[in-house]
Ligand binder design. Structure first.
Ligand SMILES: [Fe+2]
Length: 236
C-alpha cells in the first residue's frame, strides 16, 4: 500500500510538470525516472509582434516544440539516456539513435530560443559581453552581419548560434536540423549563448521565403540580458 501511494504521489507530481497527459499515460509508472519539463512560454504568443507574429509563435510553441518534447520523452524512455540531463545526452550524442538526436535537440533548442527573446528585447549588449563581441568580431554591426550570414547560408533547416568555446572565446556557427553546439557530433563545439531558429516554420507565415528579413527583424527581440547571463555562466 505504501509503495502504491508513493508511485501515485510521484505520478501526480510529475503530471503537474509534464503538462501532457498523453506522455504520462504512455510511459506508466516508470515515469518517475523522467524529469524533463515542458515549460510554459515565458511570454504571450503575441508579445513579440510585429517582429514575430502571434500565429507563428502559437504553432511554433504549441505544435512543433511540444511534438519535439513528447517524441523525445517517449523515445528516450527505454534508452540509457533516461534520467540523464540533456547536456549529458548531448555529450554522448553519437551513442544515441537519430530519433533522440532530433527530438532532444528540438526540445532543448526551442527552450533556449524562447529564453533569448523578449518583448523588451532589442538594443545592444553591454558590459563584458559587449567588449567580447567587439574584440572578437570588430564591432557589434560586424557581429550582426556574420550571425545573419550564418543563418541565411544554412541550407535547408537549422540554427545559427553564438557560443563560447573551451578557451572562453566567442564564435559563430550554424548547425543542421536540430543539432546544437553542445553535441559531440558537430564540427564546432561550445556553450551556446544566443540562437536563432532558421527552420521555415519559424518565419514562413510572416516572411515567406525572405529568411534574411526575418533575421534582420530578430534583433528587435533579442534578450541581451539573458544572453549576457549565459555568457557569464559560460566563462566562469
Ligand atoms: Fe523551430
Amino acid at each position: 500500500m505504501k509503495k502504491f501511494l508513493t508511485v501515485m504521489l510521484t505520478l501526480l507530481m510529475y503530471s503537474s510538470y509534464a503538462q501532457d497527459a498523453q506522455v504520462v499515460a504512455k510511459v506508466g509508472v516508470k515515469v518517475v525516472e523522467q524529469a524533463y519539463v515542458f515549460a510554459p512560454l515565458p511570454y504571450a504568443y503575441d508579445a513579440l509582434e510585429p517582429h514575430i507574429d502571434k500565429q507563428t509563435m502559437e504553432i511554433h510553441y504549441d505544435r512543433h516544440h511540444r511534438a519535439y518534447y513528447n517524441n523525445f520523452v517517449k523515445a528516450n524512455f527505454d534508452t540509457k539516456g533516461n534520467g540523464m540531463t540533456l547536456e549529458q545526452i548531448f555529450d554522448n550524442m553519437d551513442a544515441f539513435p537519430d530519433v533522440i538526436r532530433n527530438n532532444a535537440g528540438g526540445y532543448y533548442n526551442h527552450e533556449f530560443f524562447w529564453s533569448v527573446m523578449s518583448p523588451n528585447g532589442g538594443g545592444k549588449p553591454v558590459g563584458r559581453l559587449d567588449e567580447a563581441i567587439t574584440e572578437t568580431f570588430g564591432s557589434f554591426e560586424d557581429f550582426k552581419k556574420l550571425f545573419e550570414s550564418a543563418g541565411v547560408s544554412r541550407f535547408g533547416s537549422g540554427w545559427a548560434w553564438l557560443s563560447v568555446n573551451s578557451d572562453g572565446k566567442l564564435f559563430i556557427s550554424s548547425t543542421a536540423n536540430q543539432d546544437n553546439p553542445l553535441m559531440n557530433v558537430v564540427e564546432e563545439r561550445g556553450k551556446p549563448i544566443l540562437a536563432v531558429d532558421v527552420w521555415e516554420h519559424a518565419y514562413y507565415l510572416k516572411y515567406q521565403n525572405k529568411r534574411g528579413t526575418y533575421l534582420s527583424a530578430f534583433w528587435n527581440v533579442v534578450n541581451w540580458e539573458e544572453v549576457a547571463r549565459r555568457y557569464m555562466e559560460a566563462t566562469q
